[in-house]
Design a protein. Structure first.
Length: 153
């Protein structure tokens, strides 16, 4: 029987880097996956007016799922000795979940045959757009502070 290995700082560093890469990969690939997936599943109108309208498409589960995964990763993401970054990433996580939990209005959704029916209230849109705006603000703050830090070192 092989002895158990205690995790080293290198193991934690690798895990941390992989987590950061996963956040970036999911964020970059999401729009492309939604468009290609919607087309592959048979929607002739595979490009929607906004990424939020994919909530009502065949790619609903992918849209909501990826945003929730990103939200959970961002909520649990912590950097040592940077409490403000931890707070911003936690807020970004809650905002990502808010975008997925409160859909935009389906007005403008392009597909006559398929629409996910949902209980929708006008205030959902306020939470949706507010969460989306604040999520992008958090991303901008994180990116600017990260690159500013990287350029100094």
């Amino acid at each position: 029987m092989e002895p158990t290995k205690n995790p080293t700082n290198d193991d934690y560093t690798k895990s941390y880097i992989i987590l950061r890469q996963l956040i970036g990969i999911l964020g970059i690939l999401l729009p492309f996956a939604l468009i290609i997936g919607n087309r592959s599943l048979g929607n002739d109108n595979w490009v929607q007016p906004s990424i939020s309208h994919y909530y009502y498409s065949y790619m609903n589960i992918a849209f909501v799922g990826v945003l929730c995964i990103l939200g959970i990763i961002l909520i649990t993401y912590h950097e040592a000795h940077k409490p403000w970054t931890n707070r911003i990433s936690t807020l970004a996580g809650f905002f990502a979940i808010g975008v997925s939990a409160f859909p935009t209005a389906y007005k403008g959704f392009i597909n006559q045959e398929y629409i996910i029916t949902t209980v929708w209230k006008p205030w959902f849109q306020i939470i949706h757009f507010g969460s989306a705006l604040l999520l992008f603000v958090c991303f901008v703050v994180i990116c600017l502070s990260y690159f500013k830090y990287q350029m100094r070192n």
